[in-house]
Every structure is written in structure tokens, then in C-alpha cells.
Design a protein around this ligand. Sequence first.
Ligand code: ADP
Ligand code: MG
Length: 734
Amino acid sequence: MNKSNPNSEVSKAEPALSADEVLDSSIQFLKGVGPKRAFTLKKCGVDTVWDAINYFPYRHEDRRKIIHIRDVENGEFATVYGLVDTIASRKMRNRKTLVQVSIKDASGIIYGVWFNQRWMKDKFKKGQKVLFSGKVQTSPSTQISNPAVEILPEDFFPEDYEGTLIPIYRLTEEINALAMRKVIQAALERGLPYVEEYLPEKVLKQFSIMPLREAYKIIHSYDYPAEELTEQNIAIARRRIVIDEFFVIAMGLLMKRRRTEQLPYLIHHKKPGKLVKDFIKNLSFILTNAQKKVLKEIFDDLVNNKPMNRLLQGDVGSGKTIVALTAMLATVDGGYQAAIMAPTEVLARQHFKTISNQLRGTGVKINVLTGSTKAKEKREILESLAEGEPQIIIGTHALIQSNVQIPELGLAVIDEQHKFGVMQRNQLRGETNQIDVLVMTATPIPRSLALTVYGDLTISTIDELPKGRIPIKTYVIRPEKLSRVWEFIRKQVNQGKQAYIVYPLIDESDKMPLKPAVAMYEELKDKIFPELKVGLVHGRVKADKKETVMDLFREGKIDILVSTTVIEVGIDVPNATVMVIEEAHRFGLAQLHQLRGRIGRGGETSYCVLVNNEKEDPPVWKYKKNKEPVQQDLIETTSNSRLAIMAETNDGFRIAEEDLKIRGPGEFFGIEQTGVPALKLANLIGDEEELRLSRHIADTLYQYRDTLKPETREKIRNRLFRAFGKTIRGVDAG
Ligand code: ADP
Ligand code: MG
């Protein structure tokens, strides 16, 4: 990562390329890769040499020695070698395909068995030399289910086999294990000399941290003495990579934070006065105790002389908006401007409507600015904002465009925080002054994750729903039962209620055989509910059209709203009591919970129907409560258990926790969502110790940055650039 001095291990003959040039180069130019394979690998997120080096195995398999087929034991892990003898596939009674391939050595015969992977059959040819590895079963025949397969070259002899712990990578259909390993080994050969240790020698020693390059070698079983590739060393290497991942995030956030902290904070909010008190008094409901508690926390933050950096978390429907609005009123009352930024246009417009209603008679000026605001109106809004007129401005990303100036901004509220990146969040914060920031999320975050992703936001929690909410009833059904669901919707509509029907896609896709919203809308409207009013919204419907449809639905002039996940966040129509989610197995838990949160907002029982359109029978593996974080290789098989959790609980905190366990932290929050690099190896549930250590190291190095060697600072900075990309450039590494 060092630009100026290419590493000493790099051969002198090569033209001097910078580390960035090498690590950011496409894997396509590696030995034996080429455009086709590069294209395939892109699907695994592997595009550059750096990506390949950081494509970590999810486990290692013990292939330290090959044993004779006759010596395998039931239930034990084994690696066997033989020549392919028979290749067969057949349909079983449950219509699944079974592929059986036998291999033979001098001592016996063993079968490799695959279910529903018809393509496996075409991988083999009779007489081929093959290794099978996996857990052995000795009945009904001696076999390994889903063995790891290595097809060997003609000139392979088992006597030459140098077994080792083999890294096992996640694959796609088009690339086999051996090919994947070769790509990664080639990437290491090319790129590893440019990967530099950035932690000072002393730190490595003090905390017994393995040097970075060595860790990569061990994890990938690359260029390392086989006898030293032990489980223990792999664990030490893994620890190093975990520390690397946490350190980068900790240091990045530290630098961002310190930079804002150096800015002056000049805002003096007024103590909540008559405006706020009257507003609360005139609400059509009474605030819950939880709402009162967090409001007090927020007011305390506002009036003290430090900027507020608070995360407000509360389950869907817990009433966060009213809390934010009250805080904004206090701000405006004190002569400042307040902004609330929502992730979608639909949500921003809805906020505008409800807030306008709630503020009627208060005299507070309120405006909305989104991507589709007409030019003339936009100019007027921008002018009044730039003049510093106290008001509440509601908007989308449009609020953080460079031409928007809000000079007297005193409070920025960011709704549905998880939809924005860290960096976007920071943009509302202003470049010259610090302001108060309140971020809101309906996806509660476990503490370890909050520490990683949010640095040191203070957390307020609304842990109580408004009184009188009736728990939503959730059912998981197969598509064959849909006609009964349609009947049920009809009954609800006849009782004056409304329904949502959600689809994952807008249009037909040749990749995924899913029901598309547009086509289903036609069918629902013409064939299934010809007598009812059916509306459609999705991401490509024009903004004003979308708004019209949402208005009609809100006013009860549309009975059934067909949509994609554009309605996922924040939409509030209390009269809607049914939510049908088709292809529900395609959605993540957090998303299902958000969608379900659109109903159950009135005083009557609401019903959520999750349609499981999965073709295959659910896999045997079952999700269990309170179990260890699941193995990564089981992730694909858990879709059904997700639906089961949904049926079991309405509690967003529980759902978020389960979600984190199932998906793993890497996917739970990726860089697109948070601006923080996804964790690849680190696990927030098991690696708290490493998280603490990494934060400690980052804090210390930052604090004593003046005593560090300039090269060390340069190396740390380069490592951060690599992780955060351009978003963090311009940050001073100290
Ligand atoms: P969130 O943003 O937390 O999902 P909202 O702020 O959209 O929730 O509130 C959901 C609904 O509950 C809104 O219709 C709101 O007016 C209503 N609401 C908020 N607080 C209360 C309360 N204390 N009692 C009754 N209804 C409330
Ligand atoms: Mg909300």
C-alpha cells in the first residue's frame, strides 16, 4: 500500500508499479484467470487482486493425509483417492435428483453422493483421478455426502501427495474448489509483497499479534511450511485479520470524529418553552413513558454546551417521529433551523403531510425538498433556507446536495439511519460548525455493533409501544393457499379495511423466476379483485404519481396497494390491517419486520401473511434458539427458519439479534449501508475481545501519533484509504 517504495521482496526486474496499481488491478491479468473466469469471480465479489487476497476461506479441511478406502470409518472425516468408476443419476420418489459417483482404489470402493445438483454428474469422466474429502457414512453404502472434490491431473500420484489443511472457499456453480484456490494463490503471489505491515513492531510484540503477511499466508495455506499449518496457527492468523478489520474501522471513525470535534460548537438551544409544551398538550394521544424518557434525554443534550450525537432506537411504530418533531420544535423556538432527512421520497412526503397536520396553528414554517421538487419551488426554498429563516425542512438526499445551504441549522435528524451511510450522515453535520444530530433507527443494534459502526453515539431507546396496540398475527403459507388469502382480504376490505401486497421485483427477470409486481398488479386488479380498487407503486413510478397513489391509499380510496419494497420504511396508514408478502423467503429478517411494521398501527387486529414460494423442500437443518452463531456454510439453508422467527415474534430487538446471528455481521451492515467496510472474518458476537483490543490500539496510536515514525503514519493512512476508498480521503491521518 505504500506508494513510494515498492517492497524489497518484489523482483528488481519488474517495472516499479505502486502498491495501489498492483492491488487494484483486475484478477483477469493473473496467471490462468482471463476474462471469463474474472467475470465468474465478480459474482463472489472478487474483482481485484486485493479482493482475491481478502476472499477468506470459511473453514479449513484436514487433508493432511490420504487414507485407503477400506480404512474409512463411519462418522469420521476422511480424504480418499481413487479412479472414477461409475457415474449415475436418478430421480428419487420426492422428485429430487440423486447423483452418485463411485471411485476405486486397490482396497475398495466409495461413493460420492449429491442431492439436487444434477450438474455434478457432468463433472466426472470414467477413469479420472479424483480426491474426495468429507464425512464418511458406511450405510446404506460406504459414501460421502457432498464431498469436497478435487479432480487431479493425469500425472498425479498419491505418493506425491503433500496433504495440508486446505482452505475451503465459498464457490459458485461455475467455479470449482481447485480453480478458486489457484486464483487466490496467484493473487497472493502477485499482491502479497505489496501488503504492508502498518502496526509498529512494538505493538505486535506487546499484544502477540502475528505480522499481517504471515497471517495471509497461513489463512490461505500459501507458501508456508505444511507442517506448521496447524489449527492453532490458523487461529492465530485469523485473529490477526480480525484485528486488522476492527482496527481499520476504529481508526477511520476516530479520525472522522476528531476532525468534527475540532470544529467550534456555537449553538445555544432554548429550554423547551410554551411552543413545545402546547404542542405536546394538543396531541391527540398521550406520550408513552418511554417517549417522555427519551425526550428528556434529548432536551438535556440540546441545552448543554456540547453537540448532541444521539442514536434513537425504537421498534417500528414505537413513535420516534413525534419525539424527533418535538426536538425540532424546540430548535425552531430557539431561532434555529431544523432538518429531517428521510431515505425515500415517499417517506419524506409522508413526513411532510403528517408534520404539517400536527403543526397546524403553531405558526411554524415547514418545507419539503426532494429530488422531484419543481425548479421554481426549489429556488424559493433554497433562498429562505439560505437566509437562515427558522423552519423545519424535511427532505431526502436532496438536502445534502452542495447547493443547499442551511446556515442556521441547529438540529439534524436522520430518519431510518440504517438506510444511510456514515459518510452521508456526516454531511448534514456541516463543515464549519458542529450541530446537534439525532439519528433514528428501527433496526436495533447490538452493543458491539454500535461500538463498531457508530463510534460513540449515545443511545436512547424507546422500549415500549403506544398503548392499545394489538400484536400482529403472522402466518407462513405455501402459494397453493393464496386463494384463501384473497378471500380473507376481500372480507377485511368489506369491513372497511385495507391491504398491502408486496412483491420482490418490479418486472420479470430472466435470472430469477419471481412474481413481478407489475404483472401481478394486472392480474389482481382484473381477475382476482375486479370489484375492488387496486393501486400500484414501485421504484420506477414517477414521484408525483407515487404520491397520488399513496394519498388515495391513505384516504381509503384504494383498497389494496400492490407494491415493491418502496413501502418498506415509515409508511403510516393505520387503517391497513393486512400485509401479504409474496416470495417472503427472498427477504431478509430486518426487511420483513419493517414491511410488517406497516400494519398493526390502528386499534384493530392486523394480519401478516408470508408466502413461502421456495421450490424445494426446506433443508433438514433447523434454526435453534440460543445456539452458537451459525456456520457460514449453513447460511444459504436458513431462509425458512427466518420465516419461522417472524411467525414467532413481533419484537424487533429479538428479530435484529436473530438476523445478526443468521446473516453474520459482514452482511448485516455492509459498506453501502454504513460507509464502514464489511467485516469478512471478524464476528461481532464471538470476537469482542479483539474488538476491544483493536479499539485500544487505535486509540493509543492516535493519541501518540506525534511519536510515530512518518513511515508508520503513512502506512496506516494507506491502509485506511484502501478500506474506506475515496470517502475518507482528505482526512488527516494525524
Ligand atoms: P416509528 O417512526 O417509530 O415507526 P411513528 O412515529 O411513525 O413510529 O408512529 C407510529 C404511529 O403511532 C403514528 O401514527 C403516530 O402518530 C402514533 N403514535 C406515536 N406516539 C403515540 C402514542 N404515544 N400514543 C398513540 N399513538 C402514538
Ligand atoms: Mg418512522
